[in-house]
Design a protein around this ligand. Sequence first.
Ligand code: NDP
Length: 397
Amino acid sequence: MGKVLIIGAGGVGTVVAHKVAQNADVFTDIMIASRTKSKCDDIVKAIGNPAIKTARVDADNVDELVALFNDFKPEMVINVALPYQDLTIMEACLQAGVNYLDTANYEPKDKAHFEYSWQWAYHDRFKEAGLTAILGCGFDPGVSGIFTAYAAKHYFDEIHYLDIVDCNAGDHHKAFATNFNPEINIREITQKGRYYENGEWVETGSLEIHQPITYPNIGPKESYLLYHEELESLVKHYPTIKRARFWMTFGQEYLTHLRVIQNIGMARIDEIDYNGQKIVPIQFLKAVLPNPQDLGENYTGETSIGCRIQGIKDGKERTYYVYNNCSHEAAYKETGMQGVSYTTGVPAMIGALMFFKGEWKRAGVNNVEEFNPDPFMEQLNKQGLPWHEEFDLNLEV
Ligand code: NDP
């Protein structure tokens, strides 16, 4: 019934593959394709289901993608390669008549800048083709938007203030490592901060604004204001929002390493000449940093990601906090990956499950908050990411 193609065999791709395989009643035919086929084969071995097919594909190349799609004939592609490949994969989906889902919005390689306009521009073509595209279906973006949609549907007449709070209180016992692709992660964190207030975007210095925020079962952690892509779609879809911000925790050790990396030019994304060879410093850095896929083994502690919301219901002010805590150790036991890959991969699988069950089917390009959040919230509890809610408490933000 459900033929699915996963593109990307990194930390997130590994989790998606495990979870898709666990839901065999819906996903009856599975293929994993990536730039390095051996990584796909290793995932299949770890899952222990030889019926899962693998293939090599360069997802920067539309023709190669179309050939693969026409050969395997998936109903949906789950794109968990890198944000650079979003547009080529969407283009190939249109050419081969395949539905699409991803977890991160498009970024051009030569500019650390992300926004939805490039992908939203595909809306009419997906609509005319009768194909569904689901954008940003990881945890944040992803569950952060679904939490907001759930709050708007059940608890608020108007949302006024939205703060997405993302804490990783885990310890991987390495001096410095990133929890997902280092290149994408460092590009995201070193850019200027930005938040939305009274109809305008306010720009801040990189990690300039910070404050302690208390996370459940963890305690207070210094949290830094960053720009995050779901802010763009959420303020569009919930126009009553007066202010929307995104916060993420970082330890001092991480920030010191990051500052040094930037100061010595290793975060540069332009090409430099080294001994007659062109290299991009941040790509070289990725090659020497720990692979996020290998962090899981001794990772202790947990993540805590949620939405803190203030608004009105029946004319009265109220606050609402909805969150999930995820243990790195439990994630590793189940999938061999740490909690950050897990919290991204599980929602990507659930998004595809929603599509195959007919709950989330709408021709065009859609952000997750445009769909009914209820069946997705139900699946989060069943698939390893249970959530909790608190009402009318001090939100701290
Ligand atoms: P990894 O770097 O671990 O994995 C990326 C995979 O994509 C690798 O297998 C890589 O191949 C493959 N790939 C890269 N380029 C190509 C290409 N041109 N053609 C085919 N395959 C390619 O990244 P993660 O698993 O950590 O992250 C995956 C995605 O998830 C990213 O887009 C990231 O931004 C997103 N993400 C989203 C989050 C959310 O909550 N929404 C949170 C965390 C991540 P190879 O192994 O050969 O390099």
